[in-house]
Structures are given as structure tokens and as C-alpha cells.
Design a protein around this ligand. Structure first.
Ligand code: GDD
Ligand code: MN
Length: 388
């Protein structure tokens, strides 16, 4: 049963497995992956974002006896896509792979994809080819299918499952796509396919998604908001940042909470001006906390910094209100129909709010990255400049 690990030379395959509280399953998953790839030169990189050391300890224990297994331990809360990128950035193989750490993916499929990739850029384990199964139920299945259709249309690549979490790609393709990857959210494959220098050539193999061994799934509507942002950023080549889309989605929910608060306050007998003021406060406060949990999840504020951030957010949004007023009124004066003028005002305010609130509340981008000198120093650190 003993196999001598390949410790000399470079691995051909780097398999990244991201984990968030997968202590119950990661041991079995690693066993399965090692068995499936035995006979090949490979490394397995686990990127763990869990809040505690349970998952990391299992991996450390296994890595002690097998130098092909490496652990990247991060503080929790960065998300799956950024974890995958951290893993591939550290990878050494010519083929870069990913699979889930919860036992839902069959490691044999990784070996099959490696055998199949040939001259293609990406080989995908698809849940939608004949003979495949999604393992999802009810609402999840609907969300997942809607996301699949939308991304397929946007990416324009012939791939039946652009949201799959089980795939293999060439290192060249990854490095070419790397500078444009948003690193936001869950759906890394859609980003990888959309951010390359041209349409990727893709081969697919059917896969059945098993049931998780333990823990919980992290797929929800937040994931879909992140996907929308990711795709917008990829398709506009970064002109519309992923975060802006999420910020705008949060802003749209603010309209709803504004109207609900307005209704409640009016019913409670408040005069309109007071009800309106209260509704603005409710909507802004709600938006701040939603953005803190969603749009700026990776920079999430807590404690004193959170309350300071809230004040910064109020101030930024006050500026947005003023801009909306000036732009909207200006356009209406210039003869634009009221709907157009109103919409233009709202768009200006959204752009301003995003620009100023991300700086005032979340310090994004960091002051250092804003000065051009610091930026030019930071560039060599980024891995993956596309080849000419
Ligand atoms: N490091 C890290 N950080 N890992 C994470 C994070 C994170 O923030 N979030 C999730 N993971 C890990 C989980 O521990 C698991 O190993 C894997 O990523 C997938 O997460 P699940 O929560 O099990 O996702 P799922 O089963 O709902 O989604 C699967 O199907 C999707 C398609 O519908 C995954 O394969 C997705 O990648 C895939 O897009
Ligand atoms: Mn899962």
C-alpha cells in the first residue's frame, strides 16, 4: 500500500482544494485524490479559510508524511474564488486543477480530465452533459440553472456547465487570465473562462455531484450577486468593477427598505418630511450593513471601525444625494424627460456613492495602492502578467 512520494522535481499536476470547515471530510477527500492521481507527478494544495484549526490540523497531519500535500492557511472570510487563486498562485504544475473538499466531487474525474485535456485550455467536469447529475434540489437547482444560462450567454464559450467547481486548466491559460480575475465570489470557472485573451477551447466530461460528507453548503443568493458582479467585470474588461454591481444591487434593496420605512412611519402618523428623513436613515443604515457583509466582505469592518465606517458612509451618501439633485435637476432644466433626468441623477449618485463610500468607509483601494509610485512597486508582486 505504500507509495514513495515524488519529492524530486516539479509536479505535472497541481490540485487545489479549498476548505471552509471540512474537518469531517477532508481526510477522505485527500485519500481519494491521492489514490486517483497515483502514478502521476502531482501536488495537492489545500487552501483553508476556516475559523478554527480543525480542518487545518487534519491536513497538517497528512502533510507530515506526504510532501506532495501543502496547506495554505488564511484568515476566514475571503471567499472561494480568492482561495482558489491563492492556491494556483502557489502551484507549480503545468496543469492546474480544482475540486471541492466536502466529498461531493469524485477525484477520479480529476484524473479523467487530466487525461482528456489534450490541446484544450480547460477541461470541465459537467453536471449537465448526458449521464451527469447535479445533486441539487428545489430552489438551488433553479438558482444554479439560471446562473448557468446567464454565464453561458455572457462567456460565449461552448461549455454546458460554466459554474462547475471541478475542472483542470493549462497553466498558460491561468496566467493569461490571472490579472483580470476578480477574485470575488464563488464561481471561479465563469471568471477563468471569461478573462482569458480569447475564447477558450473547452472539453467536458460528465460528472455526478455526490452528497456532502459533513458541514454545510455555502451556495446562496449572495453567491449569485457575486457572480453577476464577476461577469460584469469580466465582460467590460474591468470598466464596471464586480464590487460596483454588488453595491448597486444593495442600493436597489435600499429603495425597497426606504419605501417600507416610509409606509410604516406615515401609518404611525409622522408628517411626510419626518417620515422621509427616517426612511432615508433606515435605508442608508441598512445599506451600510449589507455592503459591509456582502460587497466588502473581505474588508469587513467591526467594532469601533464599523461605527466610524457608518459615519463615513452617511457622509458619502449625503454627497450622492446632492449630486443626484444637481444632475437630475440640471438635465430636467435642459429639457430631458423627468424619467431620464431622474435615472441619470440616480446613476451619478450610485457612481459617486460607490467611489466615495468605498474609500471613506472601507478604505478601498488602500491609500498605498492609489499613489502611482506604490502601484508600480506593487506590480511585480502580482503573479501572471499575460505573455505577449
Ligand atoms: N477556502 C475556502 N474559503 N473554501 C471555501 C469557501 C471559502 O470562503 N467557501 C466554500 N469553500 C469550500 C468548501 O469547503 C467546499 O470544499 C467547496 O469550497 C465548495 O463549497 P460548498 O459550500 O460545498 O459549495 P456547493 O456544494 O454549494 O457548490 C458546489 O457546486 C457549485 C455549482 O453549483 C461547488 O462545486 C461550487 O464550486 C460550484 O460552483
Ligand atoms: Mn458542496
Amino acid at each position: 500500500m505504500f507509495e514513495i512520494p515524488h519529492t524530486l522535481g516539479r509536479p505535472d499536476i497541481s490540485l487545489v482544494i479549498c476548505t471552509l470547515d471540512e474537518a469531517a471530510s477532508i481526510g477522505r477527500v485527500l485519500g481519494g485524490a491521492r489514490a486517483a492521481l497515483s502514478g502521476r507527478k502531482f501536488e495537492i494544495i489545500i487552501v483553508d479559510d476556516s475559523a478554527d484549526e480543525a480542518t487545518g490540523d487534519v491536513v497538517r497531519g497528512i502533510a507530515l508524511d506526504d510532501s506532495r500535500i501543502r496547506l495554505i492557511r488564511r484568515r476566514h472570510g475571503y471567499g472561494l474564488a480568492s482561495a482558489a487563486i491563492a492556491g494556483w498562485d502557489a502551484a507549480r504544475g503545468d496543469l492546474l486543477a480544482i475540486m471541492d473538499g466536502d466529498g461531493q466531487h469524485d477525484p477520479q474525474v480529476v484524473a479523467r480530465l487530466v487525461a482528456q485535456i489534450g490541446e484544450a485550455d480547460v477541461a470541465v467536469g459537467s453536471r449537465y452533459l448526458a449521464g451527469a447529475q447535479t445533486g441539487l434540489s428545489g430552489l438551488r437547482q433553479v438558482i444554479s440553472q439560471a446562473g448557468t444560462l446567464a454565464s453561458r450567454a455572457l462567456i460565449g464559450a461552448a461549455v454546458t456547465d460554466p459554474l462547475s467547481g471541478l475542472f483542470v486548466m493549462r497553466r498558460d491559460w491561468y496566467l493569461a487570465a490571472r490579472p483580470r480575475l476578480s477574485g470575488i465570489g464563488f464561481k471561479i470557472l465563469a471568471d477563468i473562462l471569461a478573462c482569458g485573451p480569447r475564447r477558450p477551447t473547452v472539453v467536458e466530461t460528465p460528472t455526478r455531484l455526490g452528497t456532502r460528507i459533513g458541514g454545510d453548503s455555502k451556495l446562496d443568493l449572495r453567491v449569485m450577486a457575486e457572480l453577476a458582479g464577476q461577469l460584469a467585470q469580466a465582460r467590460t474588461r474591468g470598466l464596471i468593477p464586480a464590487r460596483f454591481v454588488m453595491f448597486a444591487i444593495v442600493g436597489a434593496t435600499g429603495v425597497l427598505s426606504h419605501m417600507l420605512a416610509l409606509l410604516a412611519l406615515t401609518l404611525a402618523g409622522a408628517p411626510f418630511w419626518a417620515a422621509q428623513l427616517g426612511a432615508v436613515a433606515v435605508a442608508m443604515t441598512g445599506n451600510f450593513f449589507l455592503n459591509n457583509a456582502l460587497t466588502f466582505r473581505d474588508l469587513r469592518l467591526s467594532g469601533v471601525a464599523m461605527w466610524q465606517g457608518l459615519v463615513g458612509f452617511y457622509l458619502a451618501c449625503a454627497g450622492g444625494g446632492l449630486i443626484s439633485e444637481i444632475a437630475g435637476t440640471g438635465m430636467a432644466r435642459a429639457g430631458a424627460p423627468w424619467m431620464v433626468a431622474g435615472l441619470a441623477g440616480a446613476v451619478c449618485a450610485a457612481v459617486w456613492n460607490y467611489w466615495s463610500a468605498s474609500r471613506a468607509a472601507w478604505g478601498h483601494p488602500p491609500a498605498a495602492a492609489r499613489s502611482s509610485r506604490a502601484f508600480s512597486q506593487a506590480v511585480p508582486v502580482r503573479i501572471g502578467t499575460p505573455r505577449a
